[in-house]
Design a protein around this ligand. Structure first.
Ligand SMILES: [Zn+2]
Ligand SMILES: [Zn+2]
Length: 699
């Protein structure tokens, strides 16, 4: 536990001075004696001009500094991670505080090391005696601004408690009012007292007008709003603008019939945190009593329009019943026939009437050539298709393209042996709505009656190939039974030299990385839940005779599940879950840019994917797709801390429980090899969070 051995009271002279120097500098060249810092609270700001999150954070910090510096007992010291003197000087010229001279790289590196800086921007607070208060300054500033002063843990706790209290006593005014403002605005500039909205059902509409999903939703919402207003419903909407650009904001407000918080009102960002905004568009519903009635009804409005009003639990269960009834009545023709459009096309372009397909097992394949995960999955689907088709003729796949031009559609379809909707067929819209397609590739299985069997066919095919056919629960139970059979003869618990601390338990697992051989495994693992440690049965039972020879794979090819990225201090955790959840890269990028939610700079999180891929699901089974933090070469690796628990993802509808386990992060293995490997992964800022994969213990 070497991490605990640290000095947390610092002597300022030895921190900042060198043998030639007992001063710090200002950007005008002034030299400020280090001794003048005695008795002041200090912020040590580790930052660099080449780091975009730093660039965004610095102006914030300048505002807060200017508010606090008048107190006379606060100072910030910039510790640069710039690459050359020139960029340092340019960057420092925007900072009203002190800096360690760029030329003194020794002191800068020593400070990096001393405060274990493993990513920037990084802000450390020391109290007036040089005692370490917090190294989470970036988060504290982001969350509380100057209110966080003096940045003691007591103060942070106090603010947290206040927030909790405010949540308990939530009212429309506590949500919307600020000390300096008790009104909201209309497009014409009129101010309306918040009290006028009390007693109404109020939708808080978070908008980033430059984000396409937001602007698309706005037009839907305007219709619904007008419809409800015409019925004299007790309903109002207040826009929470997240725009940086005043013009864009004004344009959005001009087109909206509802109210808004003022442009760049501080409350906007606060509400983002308060309601734990995780996606856009979001429409939070506040009931007449001021309490939150629903965290986000955007989907419900897309689907049911004004019928979703008044957004009560009763209303939602009613809508659910209607949807169930629709599903019960669903046939192949009800989903695939629209007026004259009663056919699909075959390889040679001939039209095949939908009626010819009635009674077959049908897979609807939502996919596009521009989407790398789609291209990666298609060959697997072709292989599976051929295998199923060779045994069951009553089986067909229909390609539903999201391609952007005829040529790429044709090129892509040429790789597929099955049927398709024609390019740009208008039925695609209704199919996307019915099957709630918000990410591709998506593979929907319809049974012979036309009813939906599952929308998670892709995952099943990745796991079980053609064996999964016909994708029913019954079939999956049979497969499970097969797995149980496979594990016969394996002991329930085993002690392994690779993990001396605890016994390992034989566990049903979807996909994991073996901590013994570092390769991927699936189906069965010997697992230590406490340490998040997995071994292939083969690796765990090495010494035993009767080695198992199936039930595990080491070749890392068939990963299934969906990648979800969870920001943590120092990087991203990559979460695999068996459910298909959209990883919405654009959303992640947008939110990351908007709010300094993450204290660290995440480098290029893109997979090899095209930047246009709006809903890419990474197929990468190895942990390479998310970025890493900027790590300075001198730094030691720290263990991950400060899980924000702030998932930028659309939560899967049922398996949310498994996703809530992310708070768990104990790691205590004594095995050095494994420790080193794990630290390597930590260094990359990436973890496969195996605890999140649904597991069934064998016993
Ligand atoms: Zn292994
Ligand atoms: Zn353990």
């Amino acid at each position: 536990m070497e991490d605990n051995v640290e000095v947390d009271v610092h002597d300022l002279q030895s921190l900042f001075s060198s043998t030639q120097r007992d001063y710090l500098i200002r950007n005008n060249g002034d030299q400020i004696a280090i001794s003048t810092l005695n008795g002041k609270k200090l912020g040590l700001y580790f930052s660099a001009s080449w780091c975009p999150p730093c660039q965004r954070f610095t102006p914030n910090l300048v505002d807060i500094y200017n508010e606090l510096v008048v107190k006379g007992d606060f100072e910030i010291i910039f510790v640069s991670a710039d690459e050359d003197e020139e960029s340092f000087t340019g960057y420092f010229s925007k900072m009203p505080w002190l800096a360690v001279p760029f030329s003194d790289s020794q002191t800068r590196e020593a400070l990096d090391k001393c405060f274990k800086v493993n990513g920037i921007p990084h802000l450390v607070f020391l109290d007036e005696n040089g005692k370490l208060l917090s190294d989470r300054g970036v988060e504290i500033i982001g969350e509380y601004g100057s209110e966080g002063y003096p940045f003691t843990s007591e103060r942070v706790k106090e603010l947290k408690d206040q927030e909790e209290e405010a949540k308990k006593n939530q009212s429309l005014r506590s949500i919307l009012e600020s000390p300096s403002r008790d009104f909201i605005v209309k497009a014409n500039g009129n101010k309306v007292p918040i009290t006028e909205l009390e007693g109404k059902i109020v939708g808080l509409y978070f908008v980033l007008s430059t984000f396409k999903k937001s602007s698309d939703f706005t037009s839907t919402l305007v219709k619904v709003y007008n419809e409800l207003k015409a019925k004299e419903s007790n309903f109002e909407i207040v826009m929470i603008p997240l725009d940086d650009n005043e013009e864009a904001f004004q344009k959005e407000l001009d087109s909206a019939p509802w109210f808004s918080l003022p442009f760049k009102d501080k409350k906007c960002e606060k509400l983002v945190r308060y309601f734990e905004l995780s996606t856009l568009p979001t429409l939070v519903i506040i009931g007449p009593d001021g309490k939150t009635l629903h965290p986000n009804v955007a989907d419900a409005i897309e689907e049911h329009g004004a019928n979703a009003y008044p957004f009560t639990p009763d209303k939602f269960s009613e809508l659910e019943k209607i949807e169930k009834a629709r599903q019960e009545a669903q046939t192949l023709e009800s989903v695939l026939v629209s007026g004259d459009l009663d056919f699909v096309v075959g390889k040679d372009g001939i039209k095949i009437p939908v009626s010819d397909l009635v009674g077959k097992h049908i897979l609807l394949y939502f996919s596009a050539h521009w989407c790398p995960p789609c291209r990666a999955f298609t060959p697997k689907l072709v292989e599976t298709y051929n295998e199923i088709k060779s045994k069951h003729d009553e089986f067909e796949v229909i390609f539903i393209s999201s391609d952007r031009d005829q040529a790429s559609y044709e090129e892509y379809y040429a790789t597929m042996p099955w049927l398709a909707l024609p390019y740009n067929d208008k039925r695609k819209q209704s199919l996307s709505r019915i099957f709630k397609v918000n990410g591709i590739p998506l593979l929907v299985a319809l049974g012979p009656t036309g009813k939906t069997i599952t929308t998670e066919t892709r995952g099943l095919i990745m796991l079980h190939g053609a064996e999964a056919f016909p994708f029913t629960d019954e079939r999956l139970s049979e497969i499970e039974a097969g797995f149980a059979e496979m594990a016969k003869g394996w002991v329930d618990k085993v002690k392994s030299d690779l993990h001396e601390d605890h016994e390992l338990v034989l566990t049903r697992s979807q996909v994991y990385t073996c901590d013994g051989c570092d390769k991927e495994g699936k189906i069965w693992a010997y697992n230590c839940e406490e340490c998040n440690f997995d071994l292939h049965p083969e690796c765990a039972l090495k010494e035993d005779k009767g080695k198992p020879n199936e039930g595990w794979v080491c070749d890392g090819e068939d990963a299934t599940g969906t990648q979800v990225l969870i920001p943590v201090n120092g990087g991203m955790i990559e979460l695999y879950i068996s459910k298909q959840v959209t990883r919405d890269q654009q959303m992640i990028d947008t939110l990351m840019e908007k709010f300094n939610i993450f204290s660290k700079h995440i480098e290029q999180m893109k997979t090899e994917g095209s930047p246009n891929c709006s809903n890419p699901w990474s197929e990468n089974s190895s942990l390479v797709s998310a970025g890493s933090t900027h790590v300075s070469p001198t730094q030691s690796i720290d263990k991950p801390t400060n899980l924000l628990g702030y998932a930028i993802s659309e939560q899967p509808k049922e398996h949310t429980k498994s996703m809530q386990k992310i708070g768990k992060y104990h790691y205590q293995s004594k095995n050095l090899v494994i420790e080193r490997k794990r630290r390597d992964r930590i260094r990359e800022g990436l973890f496969a969070l195996r605890a999140s994969v649904p597991k069934i213990s064998k016993v």
